[in-house]
Design a protein around this ligand. Structure first.
Ligand code: CP
Ligand code: NVA
Length: 337
């Protein structure tokens, strides 16, 4: 498909999960984000969507995603309304379908962060304006675009790059990395105890996609096998938002061996970088981190402070890229010209 054709096909579309997009469309969004990033650095205004408004629904907390949507919307000239769980009727006094129809009458686009993927899919079904997934239990697609941009900035390409993910591989970040790597012809290794492997149906779908793009999907419990040749070592928190605090004990028992530390980094490619969607528990600088230390004696969790603060860590570049890529998603689906 020609670039102009892709541009037109994006207008009015939802952004719910990357399974819904072709590799060319995903690449188009990454290119658009890179272009927005360049313009932002050069102080070139991109406020072509003046007069539009977007609703930002957050049923879970956020620093990066909320800030990215707000800054990106303002850069595009748009107004934003932030709705948190305590200040809206969603799900409690008003159904998702009714909320979608009410908000679509006032706004030009709706972001949703919350629980089941079926909620954001339902919102999109009943909304006549684009709906963007800002994270569900199953998927975190805007995070993936930022990750792709970061990997491309680092290695100049996506195709053929091996990414190894360690930790809870059956949640939003693990699932989404598997999908996006398969789509982009990358080699993804998900390394975890078997009970944290993604849903077999999704694995099968990703293997089928990878077979058409030259990528591959590996599920393994073996750290060495996962890290060997990897250019990116990636991890995420061991307990995700919405999961009960009681689960920490079990997660620590299961996932401590999968911590990203310098021994693991040394097993990867010599140019390998460390990535994390953030927030991360790498020191005692957080309330939860201190609580875990007091209760279980672990002072660093999914990544050591040494790796997090090392030259190989690109986590803050990755975090900044959330904003540029979210801007691309809103711009593309709202028909930015
Ligand atoms: N990575 C990410 O989504 O961060 P927030 O939870 O802060 O939005
Ligand atoms: N898996 C994490 C991702 C945070 C961006 C969570 O859902 O809490």
């Amino acid at each position: 498909m020609q670039k102009e054709e892709i541009r037109r096909s994006f207008v009015g579309r939802d952004f719910l999960k990357l399974l819904d997009f072709t590799p060319e469309e995903i690449e188009y969004l990454v290119d658009l984000a890179a272009d927005f990033k360049e313009k932002k650095k050069a102080h070139i205004l991109t406020d072509h969507l003046r007069g539009r408004n977007v609703a930002l629904i957050f049923e879970k907390t956020s620093t990066r995603t909320r800030s990215s949507f707000e800054v990106a919307a303002h850069d595009l000239g748009m107004g934003t309304t932030y709705l948190d769980p305590s200040s809206s009727q969603i799900g409690k006094k008003e159904s998702t379908a009714d909320t979608a129809r009410v908000l679509a009458g006032m706004f030009d686009g709706i972001e949703y962060r919350g629980y089941g993927q079926e909620i954001v899919e339902e919102l999109a079904k009943y909304s006549k304006v684009p709906v963007w997934n800002g994270l569900t239990n199953e998927f975190h697609p805007t995070q993936m675009l930022a990750d792709l941009l970061t990997i491309r900035e680092t290695f100049g390409t996506l195709k053929g790059i091996k990414l190894a993910y360690f930790g809870d591989a059956r949640y939003n970040t693990g699932n989404s990395l598997m999908v996006v790597c398969a789509k982009m012809g990358m080699h993804v290794a998900l390394c975890a105890p078997k009970k944290y492997f993604p849903d077999p149906e999704l694995v099968k779908t990703c293997e089928e996609i990878a077979a058409t793009t030259g990528g591959s999907v590996l599920l393994t419990e073996d750290l060495e096998e996962a890290a060997r040749g990897a250019k990116v070592l990636y991890t995420d928190v061991w307990v995700s938002m919405g999961e009960p605090a009681e689960i920490w004990k079990e997660r620590l028992r299961d996932l401590v061996p999968y911590q990203v530390n310098s021994a693991l980094m040394a097993m990867a490619d010599k140019d390998a970088v460390f990535m994390h969607c953030l927030p991360a528990f790498h020191d005692q600088g957080t309330g939860v981190g201190r609580e875990i230390f007091e209760k279980y004696g672990y002072s660093e969790l999914e990544v050591t402070d040494e790796v997090f603060e090392s030259e190989q860590s690109v986590v803050f570049q990755e975090a900044e890229n959330r904003m540029h890529t979210i801007k691309a998603v809103m711009a593309a689906t709202l028909g930015y010209e």
